[in-house]
Design a protein around this ligand. Structure first.
Ligand SMILES: [Fe+2]
Length: 224
């Protein structure tokens, strides 16, 4: 499967969304040393204010960053996937795709050691139901960040282009959901599609780079 549609659409423009609190948090996460992170994620967004200004009366936790919505698991999930951040193997065909992002708790703090278990169709739209091709789980790092290296999934009948993922904070409930690509014609006809689950996607030479941040119930985990 090529990315023909990408030549006629502008996925970057289609995926553009207003600056959100999470975006500010992410910028702060990149800019700040780890000790600052350990001081509390809620305070991170405040670091964009002048340092001598008063603290805002309420934390920025209610500006529309709702928990990531769940989606159906579908018929192709398999437990016990290998732990790996890259799903690429020798001979894997398809447009290379990197997905980067963070897992946040609903308390606005990044969640360290959150589980992310990805599975997807191959370049021709087929799932590996005998082995673990294009299946793998990983954990966010101490800053709540993850990077998935894979390919753009192919299309199969009845669905638009998507990645499947399960996300779980330590001690938290398991979120099953799917991620989508902007600019896909089938986004308009797939009844499961949810625009809240669109990744930001841009072309990077022959590959694609995407970002998506999850917001999950942090449960009782110590890292939330
Ligand atoms: Fe699927």
């Amino acid at each position: 499967m090529t990315d023909d549609h990408a030549r006629t659409n502008d996925p970057e423009a289609a995926g553009r969304r207003p600056l959100s609190r999470k975006t500010l948090l992410k910028a702060a996460l990149v800019a700040l040393p780890l000790p600052a992170l350990l001081g509390g994620g809620v305070a991170l967004a405040r670091d964009h204010r002048p340092s001598d200004g008063p603290l805002p009366p309420t934390p920025f936790c209610d500006d529309g960053d709702d928990p990531t919505p769940p989606q159906i698991e579908g018929p192709y999930f398999k437990p016990d996937s290998p732990e790996r951040a890259s799903l690429l193997e020798p001979g894997t065909r398809g447009t290379r795709l990197t997905v980067r992002g963070y897992v946040f708790g609903t308390s606005c703090r990044p969640v360290a050691h959150a589980l992310l278990d990805f599975w997807q169709a191959d370049d021709s739209g087929a799932y590996d139901n005998t082995g673990f091709l294009l299946r793998g789980h990983q954990y966010t790092d101490r800053q709540g960040a993850f990077t998935l290296t894979t390919i753009v999934p192919g299309l199969y009948p009845g669905r638009t282009r998507h990645l499947h993922v399960k996300v779980q904070a330590p001690g938290g409930p398991l979120l099953t959901t799917q991620l989508y690509f902007p600019g896909e014609p089938r986004n308009n006809t797939d009844p499961i599609f949810n625009a809240a689950l669109l990744m930001n996607v841009r072309r990077a030479g022959p590959a694609k780079e995407a970002t998506f941040d999850f917001v999950v119930d942090p449960g009782s985990g110590l890292h939330s």
